[in-house]
Design a protein around this ligand. Structure first.
Ligand code: GLY
Length: 425
C-alpha cells in the first residue's frame, strides 16, 4: 500500500516532523540523549511542588508589577513607567503587546504575522479589565494590525464581548483603525516555502487529538530516518534559495515550516492599588485553515482576569489550551489556594491528561502560562523547557527591576527539537 496524501494529512502538518523522527524513538535526540522524557511517559518531570520557587514567600512580591511573554521584554520599561505614574492596568498591558503588534520583524503577532494557508494574515486578541470586570475580544480579523486595541474597543464601545471576522474588521474601521496589508515579504516567503513543501499535505484531516492519530512512517527503504530527514531539509534549503530567502534566515524559515508556530504575546499588569488586567494577542497558528480561532481570543483560555484573584494568559498550542480553559482554570486554582506556579502546573497536567501522558503526541505540542496573583506573586510555567535547545521559554517581569526568567517546565526537554540536521552550505 502506498503512502497516500490522506495518510499523511491525518497527522496534520506536525506529521511532517513525525515522519522524520516520530517513528524511530532511538533517533530522536531527546529520547536517546539529553532528554529521556520525550519518549517515556513515566520519565521524571522537571517540576516538583517542593521547588515552587515562584510561591509568594519565595519571591517577595512587589507592586506594581507587569509580567508578559518574553517577546514583550523591550516594551516593559515604558509600560512600567506608565503604570507607576497612575496609568490604567489594562492600558499598561496593551502598551506592551502593541509593541510586537507594530513590529514587522515579529512574525507571531500583528503586522508581519505568519498567515493562514491562503497567505492571509488573520489576527486574534482579547482583554480583560479587572477593576471594571469587563472583557473584549476579536477573532479572525484581517487587515487591522492592533487587534488588542480593537478588543478593548469592543469592550468599551459595544454591548458585546466578542466580534469575529468581517464584522470585527468593519467595526475596527468604524472605530478609526486603519486597514493595511499585514503580510510582509518575510512572512510571505516563509508561507511560500510552506506552501511548496506542503503541496501534498496541510491542516485538513483529523488532527493530533483524533484517537486514531499515529505519527506517520515514511517508507525508509533501508535508509535510516536521519538520512531521510537530512534529505528533506536539503530539499527545503534548495526551495528556500529559489524563493530568495536569505541564507542566514533559511534554517529559521525551515523550522517554521516544519513546526508551524503559534507564537503569541500575553501581558498582565497589577498596580499599587491591587487593580489587575490582562490581554493576549496573536496571529495564531501559522498556515491555519482560514477562520480558525485559537485560544488567544477566547476569554478563559488565552487570558482570564478576576479582580478578586489574579490574571493568567497563555502562549502555545491553542487547541490544547481551549480544551482545558487554561487561563480560567489557573485563576480558579488560585482562588482555591494554589500558588501561581501550582495553579499553572495543574493546567499543564490537564493537557497531559487529555492525552493520557502519551509522549508520542505531547512532544508535538507546547504551552506556556503566565500567572500573576493580586498580591504580586507570579509564575511562568511551560509544558517543555522551550522549542529548541538553547531557546528556553521565558517570562518577562518588571516590578521595578526588569528581567526575563526561564519558566518552570513540567517536562525536561524541548518540544520542537530538530533531529540531526545537515550543515548549511
Ligand atoms: N496560542 C495561539 C494560537 O494557538 O493561536
Amino acid at each position: 500500500m502506498g503512502f497516500s496524501r490522506r495518510d499523511f494529512v491525518k497527522a496534520s502538518v506536525l506529521g511532517a516532523v513525525a515522519a522524520g523522527v516520530g517513528s524511530q524513538a532511538k533517533e530522536d535526540p531527546r529520547t536517546s540523549q539529553a532528554h529521556p522524557a520525550a519518549s517515556d511517559s513515566r520519565a521524571p518531570q522537571a517540576y516538583s511542588a517542593a521547588s515552587d520557587s515562584c510561591a509568594p514567600q519565595a519571591n517577595s512580591p512587589k507592586l506594581p508589577i507587569i509580567v508578559c511573554a518574553n517577546n514583550g521584554f523591550a516594551y516593559l520599561e515604558s509600560a512600567f513607567a506608565f503604570l507607576k505614574s497612575g496609568g490604567d492596568t489594562l492600558d499598561a498591558a496593551l502598551q506592551v503587546v502593541k509593541g510586537p503588534e507594530d513590529d514587522p520583524e515579529d512574525d507571531s503577532v500583528g503586522l508581519g504575522g505568519l498567515p493562514n494557508e491562503e497567505g492571509i494574515v488573520e489576527l486574534d486578541a482579547c482583554c480583560m479589565h479587572g477593576p471594571s470586570r469587563r472583557a473584549g475580544s476579536v477573532g479572525g480579523v484581517r487587515n487591522i494590525k492592533n487587534v488588542s486595541l480593537v478588543a478593548k474597543a469592543v469592550m468599551r464601545h459595544t454591548g458585546h464581548v466578542m466580534l469575529v471576522g468581517e464584522g470585527a474588521e468593519r467595526f475596527a474601521v468604524a472605530m478609526g483603525f486603519p486597514r493595511e496589508n499585514l503580510l510582509t515579504e518575510h512572512s510571505r516567503k516563509i508561507w511560500m516555502l510552506w506552501k511548496e513543501f506542503h503541496s501534498n499535505n496541510d491542516w485538513w484531516g483529523p488532527g493530533i487529538a483524533d484517537p486514531s492519530w499515529q505519527p506517520p512512517v515514511l517508507k525508509p527503504e533501508g535508509r535510516p530516518q536521519s538520512e531521510l530527514w537530512k534529505q528533506r531539509v536539503r530539499k527545503m534549503q534548495a526551495r528556500a534559495t529559489e524563493i530568495d530567502i536569505p541564507a542566514e534566515h533559511q534554517m529559521a524559515a525551515i523550522r517554521k515550516v516544519l513546526f508551524p508556530p503559534s507564537g503569541t504575546i500575553h501581558c498582565s499588569a497589577l498596580n499599587g492599588k491591587g487593580e489587575i488586567s490582562g490581554c493576549t494577542t496573536t496571529s495564531g497558528l501559522a498556515f491555519k485553515l482560514p477562520g480558525r480561532c485559537g485560544d488567544s481570543p477566547i476569554i478563559g483560555a488565552g487570558c482570564y482576569t478576576d479582580q478578586d484573584i489574579g490574571s493568567a494568559g497563555a502562549t502555545g498550542s491553542g487547541e490544547e489550551n481551549i480544551k482545558v480553559a487554561g487561563a480560567h482554570t489557573i485563576v480558579e486554582n488560585m482562588r482555591h489556594g494554589m500558588s501561581p506556579q501550582e495553579a499553572g502546573m495543574d493546567a499543564l497536567k490537564r493537557i497531559v491528561r487529555n492525552y493520557n501522558g502519551d509522549m508520542n503526541k505531547l512532544r508535538f505540542m507546547d504551552m506556556t502560562y503566565y500567572v500573576l496573583r493580586t498580591d504580586g506573586a507570579y509564575a511562568g510555567v511551560s509544558l517543555w523547557q522551550g522549542y529548541s535547545t538553547g531557546n528556553p521559554h521565558k517570562i518577562a517581569v518588571h516590578d521595578g527591576r526588569l528581567r526575563a526568567e526561564e519558566t518552570v517546565s513540567l517536562y525536561k526537554g524541548w518540544s520542537q527539537e530538530f533531529p540531526p540536521v545537515p550543515e548549511l552550505p
